[in-house]
Design a protein around this ligand. Sequence first.
Ligand SMILES: Nc1ncnc2c1ncn2[C@@H]1O[C@H](COP(=O)(O)OP(=O)(O)O)[C@@H](O)[C@H]1O
Ligand SMILES: [Mg+2]
Length: 354
Amino acid sequence: MKQNEIMKYLYDVQHPAKGDRNIVELGMVDKVEIDGNRVTVTLAFPKHRDPLAEYLTGSAKAALIRHIPGVEAEIKTVVKEDNSPKQTGLNLGTEELENVRYIVGIASGKGGVGKSTVAVNLAVALARLGYKVGLADADVYGPSVPKMTGTEDAIPEAYRDGDKEVIMPFEKYGVKWMSIGYFAKPEQALIWRGPMACNALKQMILQVRWGELDFLLIDMPPGTGDIHLSLVHDIPMSGAVIVSTPQAVALADVEKGVSMFRNEKINKPIVGLVENMAWFTPAELPDHRYYIFGKDGGVKMAEKYGISLLGQIPIVQSIRESGDDGEPAALSSRPDGVAFIELAENFISRMQDL
Ligand SMILES: Nc1ncnc2c1ncn2[C@@H]1O[C@H](COP(=O)(O)OP(=O)(O)O)[C@@H](O)[C@H]1O
Ligand SMILES: [Mg+2]
């Protein structure tokens, strides 16, 4: 039994006084403890003797018992006055996404596999092919889009439009960029957890004046936790691209990613898999391929799950350097730049079949 499994069941518990919003999304789940078949969930209420406390703890308990045979569920309550309910009162709608044709999450089971590299380069490659593209860097654990695009110093402009606060994305290389990194220092981002991270992310996507876009890519945090469930729940995504290296450990996590998106509650199509670091090619031996993480792991994984393989990206020093220099490889006409353009073309043709 895992924490995110419990969260998933708690999504069913709706707060009768807050429309159809559930207790997870409202930031009321303070703690989930699992010990064998005992599950203790602590719900946070903004005030003492909340009139709905009894109803909600009862519903939460029922949700767990209904889904987990033999569970011993206990629901505790705690009062947290200035907890997230204030922040969740943001009441954000999806108006800013109205002129966005497709929203696609870029996900990976594991960090460090090149998810952001693929997201940034796919965005740039799509823009080079003439599409209108935006990228929201939602990786609270390590936002890397500012560095990879050389926009570390960007301070997004925000203004009021009627009763709404809107944020302008930052444009560079023909792409509209937005990153959680523009608002928080890297060490701050790391300590964000649970509801706080979820709210910051939603705000960063829903309050941004994206304008008209063919594609809005979302660089999601690695893994398959409650932040993912919340993002996928609140942002109308069309599907997801999964990034992995061919290594067995990374691929094992891909399976979790695939089952997350195919889970009946989420049920989003997987656009395809990108095998990153598929082989190593040294600059001085451009025709050589060294399969340092194993050969075709991604190809086999794609076959096993019936997912299309959108592309294989080699490890080349220029991809890492261009990431560090803030000039994405997809801008170049080197072989690595071409690999990303081909990836973008495959992505487009798959999107047309969705
Ligand atoms: N194909 C590649 N060739 C060379 N370096 C790469 C490649 N893909 C990613 N990297 C480098 O590996 C590191 C991790 O990549 P990143 O995209 O930040 O991963 P993630 O977002 O999955 O954590 C970065 O330094 C990046 O420049
Ligand atoms: Mg990243």
